[in-house]
Write a protein that binds this ligand. Structure first.
Ligand code: C2E
Ligand code: MG
Ligand code: MG
Length: 593
């Protein structure tokens, strides 16, 4: 479905005089358009030219921008070219929309920059939107207190009403009509339940592009027919290119609407015979159902659209019911992502430190820095809640920079407090950071600034970090290693790295993923789990790497890992992540001072 965009419409800034010269197709079409709709008016060309350029920009936008096309439709009505103010509308205005649509359909492709099957589809969609925008503007004017004059022109009114409420291809009601119906259902005093199914034909674009627009249209017609049959008395509308909606007024609960959705899916299951092709299609449906009191039609439509996107996200061919909790979770993640940079700047990040302890003598060899976010509204958040969103938004770069600087500063302090016994600090590096051009330079600059010897910094990377852009990642790792920084491969064992690959990786240490250590929890553990950990430890040692086991939670696990020859342990048994001062104390205690 069309997602409303609230951005300003940049196509509005495009005006005729500043348009690129030499755009002959646009000039010629504007001339033709003016001749057709207002041959007597010398200023008509100057008024239509900017509209045509806005239209062209909106149709060519990536992705296609239906809202902007609608605005052009509305602007056409207010351009003054339909005869005078709408109250005194004459036959010229009556013709403006059909004449415009006909002209654009037959001669508009070059000027609007559309070619091939996608161009045909876009042009058709654009004409629909243009008509909807024009008709919508007509309705607005009606509401502007000029109904009297319009009523005098019955013919125009019925034409425009039809154009604005009916889909031209399938003759089904369009989105506007569905919206109108919904608004009526939600009117105060009309308390009842309503349900909405938003349906999208899976892979329709491929059919349209592969077999052509004509076949696509026929398929949509056939789909519309089957949906109508399956929906029985409920209102079926075409809400977009390959999108339909079914409105259930007076529903008997969500199950009722789900049963309808299942009937709709079943109705599309058998192949369609279209223009000699046997086409098998599936569809995705978003289902929502609510009482009209305390809700609004916009919410209902949004809920159906959101559920539809979830159905699509799961591969299509299914119905998914809207879940307000899931929706709120997604909205919260979105808000988190948007607020992260501000959080970093306001100093809301914190570091917790967890010891990496030598299994043979219990000394603290290293300390992993783990980031937390003290969110002003949501409280203390763990990395699982914000690292991935930060990677997507790019906020991971300033976040990682902050973590590195802070961790190195703290490690330099431990060094001055503990001397030669000071632990190294181990910092997690996101795949996004590793291939940042300035990353290596930033690391060395921080070391210099804080005075931390490079061997007291360990960077933890994951397999994915190296596999993404392998050449760039390797280059960064080699540079860091030659700068004297320690490197560890984190969460080892859950990826796919082979021995040969590992051998070429310039790392000093492996951290065995906690899921393997979990298997060593009980005295009578599965011997295979133990054999796997043993093999990993031995392999690491053959490659000259230090091995740390993560998630060591019990003395049983710690003892077995010691027997298996694992070097270091990290986990609750040795201590959860805590404040920096606690690490100093712990190190002193383990040193026996
Ligand atoms: P990781 O690097 O594998 O870190 C170890 C995680 O295991 C930490 O979770 C730690 O609190 C948890 N853990 C420690 N001991 C135990 C135990 O005995 N049992 C169990 N079940 N878990 C234990 P945390 O702090 O939630 O961090 C999760 C992940 O977030 C980290 O996994 C790391 O991948 C990422 N992360 C943390 N800090 C940063 C950071 O500063 N930058 C980046 N890029 N990622 C970070
Ligand atoms: Mg880690
Ligand atoms: Mg790990």
């Amino acid at each position: 479905m069309v997602v409303a965009r609230s951005l300003p419409d940049p196509t509005e800034a495009i005006s005729a005089p500043s348009a690129p010269s030499g755009d002959d197709a646009v000039d010629a079409l504007a001339r033709r358009w003016a001749q057709l709709i207002s041959p007597e008016d010398p200023s008509s060309r100057a008024r239509l030219d900017p509209l045509l350029r806005r239209l062209r920009a909106a149709v060519r936008a990536e992705p296609f921008w239906p809202t902007a096309v609608r605005r052009v439709g509305a602007a056409l009505l207010s351009s003054g070219l339909p005869d005078g103010p709408f109250g005194a509308v004459g036959p010229a205005a009556e013709d403006v929309l059909p004449t415009t649509l006909r002209l654009l359909r037959t001669e508009g492709r070059a000027a609007l920059g559309q070619s091939g099957p996608e161009g045909t589809r876009r042009l058709a969609a654009a004409l629909d939107e243009l008509a909807a925008g024009f008709a919508g503007a007509v309705r607005e004017r009606m509401l502007d207190g000029q109904q009297e004059a319009l009523r005098a022109n019955g013919e125009l009114r019925s034409q425009l009403a039809q154009a604005s409420l009916q889909d031209r291809l399938t003759r089904l009601p369009n989105r506007s009509l569905t919206e109108q119906r919904l608004r009526a259902e939600f009117a105060p005093g009309a308390a009842r339940r309503v349900g909405l199914c938003a349906l999208d034909v899976d892979g329709f674009k491929a059919i349209n592009e592969g077999l052509g627009h004509q076949v696509g249209n026929q398929l949509l017609l056939a789909v519309a027919g089957r949906l109508q049959l399956a929906a029985g008395p409920h209102l079926v509308s075409r809400t977009g290119g390959d999108e339909f909606a079914v409105l259930v007024v007076g529903s008997e609960g969500c199950d009722d609407v789900c049963r309808l959705a299942d009937r709709l899916l079943a109705a599309l299951a058998s192949p369609f015979l279209v223009a000699g092709h046997s086409l098998t299609v599936s569809a995705s449906i978003g289902v929502t159902e609510t009482a009209t009191s305390g809700a609004c039609p916009e919410e209902l439509m949004r809920a159906a659209d959101v559920a539809l996107s979830w159905a699509k996200g799961r591969g299509g061919g299914r119905r998914v019911v809207f879940d307000p909790e899931r929706d709120a979770g997604e909205a919260a993640r979105f808000a988190l992502r948007a607020g992260m940079r501000g959080g970093i700047e306001r100093g809301e990040l914190r570091l917790a430190f967890q010891p990496l302890v030598a299994l043979t003598d219990g000394t603290v060899k290293g300390v992993e820095a783990l980031v937390r976010w003290q969110h002003p509204e949501q409280g203390l958040l763990g990395p699982a809640q914000f690292i991935e969103p930060a990677e997507h938004s790019g906020a991971i770069v300033p976040l990682g920079r902050w973590v590195l600087a802070q961790a190195c500063r703290r490690a330099a302090q431990w060094r001055s407090e503990l001397g030669a016994q000071a632990p190294y600090v181990s910092v997690n590096v996101s795949p996004v950071q590793l291939t940042e051009r300035a990353w290596v330079h930033e690391v060395t600059a921080v070391l210099q600034e804080t005075g931390l010897p490079p061997e007291l910094l360990q960077l933890e990377i994951t397999e994915q970090a190296v596999l993404g852009d392998e050449a760039a990642a390797r280059q960064a790792l080699v540079a860091l290693r030659s700068a004297g920084v320690r490197l560890a491969l984190d969460d080892f064992g859950i990826g796919y790295s082979g021995l040969a690959w590992l051998r070429r990786l310039p790392v000093h240490a492996l951290k065995i993923d906690g899921s393997f250590i979990d298997g060593l929890r009980h005295p009578a553990a599965d011997p295979v789990d133990e054999a796997i950990v043993r093999a990993m430890v031995e392999m690491a040692h053959v490659l000259g790497l230090e091995v740390t086991a993560e998630w060591v939670e019990t003395v049983v696990q710690a003892d077995r890992l010691t027997q298996l020859g694992c070097d270091l342990g990290q986990g609750r048994w040795f201590g959860d992540a805590g404040p920096a001062g606690w690490v100093t104390e712990l190190c002193r205690r383990r040193m026996g001072s």
